[in-house]
Design a protein around this ligand. Structure first.
Ligand code: ATP
Length: 331
């Protein structure tokens, strides 16, 4: 049995994770799910957004499935997501975005955004003085090398043809310059025939909208990857569509790319596609590739047979969507 730590979190997190767990149970009998608290529920029960016990459980399981937490704006707030990424050394964020539905006026998209997950703008290190606030943005040789090697390996393993480095080295000459130089070096030494490409982050955002097929795998820094993956999800139909994996040498956490969406919480309309596809990514990561493929096929089949979820103007809410997927897996 593979042990999966389930962290539903806040907002629509518990709604979409419940759908994903039901689908995963239907896809495989080899999974044991262990529930844990994160976010508001954890604060209520344990006085902290992420307890040491939960972190230990996450470490000890084969993988984790996480919903979302609502970020707070207060200065003393410490994000549980950034904490578990750091504590579990989940250095690679992988966000595959693929069109499942033809959206009018938008070109089909099939990209994988590989994002450095441990440093860049996300060091949570901000210094106040009488002139203003300075945010520390770290780009290290070690982290850059590790994520670029990960992206190359991902592209080769998944039979992708091209890796694009997205950066802003024309302005951030030392930091993004280091990332870009590392990309050029590693594509030469380890690229294994993959086509290398480079793009400034601003034009990459525009090209994702106007010419998404010019991208295949993107490797980029933390904040750029965060923003570009939402742009890509928008091209595919909305935030509800994209899954995401946070991967490290020992641990992994899979989640939908969207946040807690408080505006639609409790309405039964959250699209669980991203959460279910995150579950499929998790299955593949823990060695259940055949089961992963059946889940992905069931999801693709729902859309290709003309059904639409509420976020796309259709009538299928979370429950009816999930029932369709389970029924399709069982048949
Ligand atoms: P957070 O503070 O947790 O990031 P947010 O509402 O600012 O929450 P998201 O949760 O990423 O950010 O969502 C932005 C908007 O996208 C939501 O207001 C919601 O309307 C829509 N959305 C996000 N996820 C889904 C989903 N699974 N299904 C349908 N709509 C969604």
């Amino acid at each position: 049995m593979k042990k999966i730590c389930v962290l539903p979190g806040d907002g629509i997190g518990p709604e979409v994770i419940d759908c994903a767990v039901r689908v995963l149970r239907a896809a495989s009998g080899a999974l044991e799910f262990i529930d844990a608290d994160v976010g508001e529920e954890s604060l209520k029960r344990h006085g902290t957004y992420l307890s040491k016990d939960t972190l230990e459980l996450m470490r000890s399981c084969d993988s984790c499935l996480f919903g979302a937490v609502t970020s707070k704006e207060s200065l003393d707030y410490k994000s549980p997501v950034l904490t578990f990424r750091k504590e579990l050394d989940l250095y690679a964020s992988v966000r595959p975005v693929r069109s499942l539905v033809q959206i009018s006026g938008r070109a089909p998209i099939d990209v994988v955004i590989v994002r450095e997950n441990t440093e860049g703008m996300y060091t949570q290190d901000e210094v106040f003085d009488d002139k203003g606030v300075t945010t520390m943005r770290r780009v290290s040789k070690k982290a850059s090398e590790r994520i670029i090697k990960f992206a190359i390996n991902y592209a080769l393993t998944n039979r992708r043809r091209k890796v694009t480095c997205v950066h802003k080295a024309n302005v951030l000459r030392s930091s993004d310059g280091l990332f870009l130089a590392m990309f050029r070096e590693l594509m030469k030494s380890d690229g294994g025939g993959l086509e290398p490409a480079e793009q400034l982050v601003d034009s990459a955002a525009m090209k994702l909208l106007t010419d998404p097929s010019s991208f295949d795998v993107i490797v980029t820094l933390n904040l750029y990857g965060d923003i570009l993956s939402d742009v890509a999800a928008g091209v595919a139909g909305g935030l509800g569509f994209a899954p995401s994996g946070n991967i490290g040498p020992k641990c992994s956490v899979f989640e939908p790319a969207h946040g807690s969406a408080p505006d639609i919480t409790g309405k039964g309309v959250a699209n669980p596609t991203g959460a279910i596809l995150a579950g499929a990514m998790m299955l593949r990561h823990i060695g259940l590739g055949t089961e992963a493929l059946s889940v992905e096929r069931a999801v693709a089949g729902f859309y290709s047979s003309g059904h639409l979820t509420v976020d796309l103007g259709g009538r299928h809410g979370s429950e009816s969507f999930t029932e369709h997927i389970i029924k399709s897996l069982k048949s």
